[in-house]
Design a protein around this ligand. Structure first.
Ligand code: HEC
Ligand code: HEC
Ligand code: HEC
Ligand code: HEC
Ligand code: HEC
Ligand code: HEC
Length: 445
């Protein structure tokens, strides 16, 4: 009876482990499929393959022209146009078949002139889009044809773009997004490896236990064992002894105390810190959608960020440039209309807020120093809801000022200072702090 139970135990364990391993493997395979999807969806390869495939259709456009057109499109057109879906203006897919290049070039240069000339197609289109004027562009003929080549190269991606969440635009987000994607892929790969290792370990441990039990069974069957052998054979692990051991109690106690101390220090250090603050906003406005997918320039809404101390929050009028046409039935958009009807500003909740004792100027950092918004605000273009990315402590400001070299290129103001600095401390980088950027009075009134 006893030996029967002992023998069925390993079988039960084995069955358990096999099911567990099966589940793990299935999920690991799921993850692997994910990695594949990631690898193909956005990024350089996806953009490049259809580009070369459709090159003849692009009208002699080569890869260089498409790349140039890509940049021009994103810089000038993407805020209103997508290739495969209507945004503010029509989807541009098939445009070279709809219209001859001899029509398109003057149109992009000055669309209102074409409309004013009485061109039937232009007038009909203009009316269809509620007489919304497309801006004029001082682009050369060559630049416009390269944009057209790019548009043609993207046409094949119609289904891809609607399938995934606007893969085309997402790919456009920027190089950083691609890199992040690749990193994520690598992360998944490591995850799979870890899972496989854990499974192998578990299988090993269980196999050893099974072998041990089998050997014990064999030994029990033997008659020539003396008392000492039997004692070893029937030895059990004594948990009670471990629990009573002062060494073990000491170790557990110390670890517990250390964890408590660490948590305590962390929460004391965080007093007054608002990093990560993410209030709910009155309208579900998404930077991911506007600045990420639709590539609307930050300064299109935050108009003063390169010119003034503060970056303004856009008024409802700026929203109306587009939302007088787009998603007019959405309840979220109706909140904008209501604010305008009542002549009351939208009550956005402020996210970033330095205390009054500190002076911070945006234009100094964006225009003069040439810093990217993301350096301080993080990946805003991926945020559904904005949160405070940086600590905004004095230490944070000063650390950057100590390390960051001044952007002295093409800035006459710095010419003499650079010469002075170079003669005095040749070789040392001309950082913000070497120009007095860590003096109290620079940041405190
Ligand atoms: C501010 C928004 C806006 C920007 C920016 C913009 N467009 Fe347009 N575009 C429109 C609108 C709106 C229309 C529809 C016609 C109209 O209402 O004037 C249009 C129409 C067009 C058409 C005709 C489409 C068709 O189906 O016949 C082409 C081609 C075009 N735009 C190309 C461009 C290019 C190229 C750029 C970038 C250099 C650009 N647009 C930038 C708003 C814009
Ligand atoms: C279509 C308009 C629009 C565009 C484009 C836009 N923003 Fe905003 N931004 C807003 C609005 C509206 C708010 C206030 C609501 C909120 O916090 O989400 C805001 C809030 C913010 C805030 C938080 C302000 C605070 O309360 O402290 C930051 C930071 C910010 N934007 C940075 C950016 C950056 C960086 C970009 C470009 C990558 C960008 N925005 C593009 C409209 C825009
Ligand atoms: C340059 C054009 C443009 C401007 C300016 C703009 N938006 Fe948008 N907005 C869009 C586009 C494009 C969409 C996506 C529409 C879609 O998904 O079909 C959108 C979608 C939205 C949505 C989601 C609507 C829904 O129900 O899905 C909200 C909310 C929104 N915008 C709020 C705002 C607010 C608030 C402002 C002003 C601070 C603003 N937008 C300014 C172009 C713009
Ligand atoms: C050197 C860091 C830094 C850079 C670069 C930067 N910001 Fe800021 N931003 C801040 C700080 C700090 C605040 C809080 C200012 C305050 O409370 O007075 C802030 C606040 C804001 C606000 C809230 C309104 C305000 O002025 O308080 C907006 C909107 C904003 N930033 C947008 C942007 C945009 C858009 C860019 C890029 C064009 C940008 N920022 C670049 C550090 C930066
Ligand atoms: C990511 C780096 C970075 C961060 C973070 C940063 N700064 Fe700066 N700051 C600069 C650079 C670069 C300059 C030099 C701009 C120039 O060329 O005048 C500068 C210049 C300044 C100046 C003018 C200094 C002078 O010599 O005239 C002030 C004031 C200032 N920063 C305040 C702040 C405050 C306050 C914060 C924190 C809330 C902050 N900065 C955070 C990079 C940074
Ligand atoms: C680069 C900008 C910068 C410089 C230089 C700077 N500070 Fe600050 N300081 C700040 C900012 C930003 C805060 C607010 C940080 C916060 O709220 O956590 C601050 C906060 C403080 C506070 C804390 C106030 C409070 O309520 O907690 C004191 C005190 C202070 N600074 C003193 C100084 C002194 C003294 C110097 C010169 C040795 C100096 N600071 C130089 C940016 C600066």
């Amino acid at each position: 009876m006893n030996s029967l139970r002992l023998r069925s135990l390993p079988h039960l364990l084995l069955a358990l482990v096999l099911t567990f391993a099966g589940v793990q493997q299935a999920s690991a395979q799921g993850a692997a499929a994910d990695v594949n999807k990631k690898g193909v969806a956005p990024g350089a390869t996806a953009a490049a393959t259809p580009a070369t495939a459709t090159t003849p259709a692009a009208g002699g456009g080569d890869a260089a022209a498409i790349a140039a057109g890509d940049a021009l499109f994103k810089g000038n057109c993407a805020q209103c146009h997508a290739v495969n879906e209507q945004v503010v203006g029509p989807a541009l897919a098939g445009i070279t078949k709809r219209r001859p290049v001899s029509w398109l070039i003057p149109w992009v240069k000055n669309s209102s002139k074409v409309v004013a000339s009485g061109d039937d197609y232009a007038v009909a289109l203009f009316n269809k889009f509620n007489k919304q004027q497309m801006p004029s562009f001082a682009l050369s003929d060559k630049e416009i044809t390269s944009i057209l080549a790019y548009v043609t190269s993207q046409e094949g991606q119609a289904t891809a773009a609607t399938g995934g969440p606007t893969a085309g635009n997402a790919a456009a987000a920027d190089g950083k997004a691609d890199a992040a994607g690749a990193e994520e892929g690598a992360g998944k790969y490591v995850d799979i490896l870890l899972i496989v290792l854990v499974v192998v370990l578990i299988v090993l441990v269980v196999t050893l236990v099974i072998i041990g039990n089998l050997m014990k069974d064999v030994l029990r069957g033997r008659k020539d064992l003396d008392g000492r052998d039997i004692e070893i054979l029937e030895q059990r692990f004594d948990w009670g002894k471990l629990y009573r051991s002062p060494v073990m109690r000491g170790i557990v106690g110390t670890v517990f105390a250390l964890v408590l101390l660490y948590e305590g220090v962390q929460s004391v250090m965080a007093v007054g810190l608002t990093q990560g603050y993410q209030p709910t906003q009155p309208i579900a406005f998404s930077h991911k959608l506007h600045a990420g997918e639709h590539q609307i320039n930050c300064a299109y809404c935050h108009t003063s960020v390169y010119k003034a101390k503060s970056a303004n929050i856009p008024s409802a009028n700026i929203c109306m440039n587009c939302h007088s046409q787009i998603k007019t039935e959405s309840p979220e958009i109706k909140k904008i209309y209501r604010a305008i009807e009542r002549k009351q500003p939208i009550q956005w909740v402020r996210v970033h807020n330095l205390p009054d004792l500190a002076y911070f100027n945006h234009s100094q950092h964006t225009q003069v120093a040439g810093l990217q918004c993301q350096t301080c605000h993080g990946p805003i273009q991926n945020m559904e809801v904005v949160y405070q990315y940086s600590a905004l402590t004095m230490g944070w400001c000063i650390n950057c000022h100590r390390e960051m070299p001044l952007n002295t290129k093409d800035n006459k103001y710095y010419d003499n200072l650079v010469k002075l600095h170079d003669t005095k401390n040749a070789g040392a980088p001309f950082t913000v702090s070497s120009n007095g950027g860590t003096e109290c009075s620079k940041c405190h009134y």
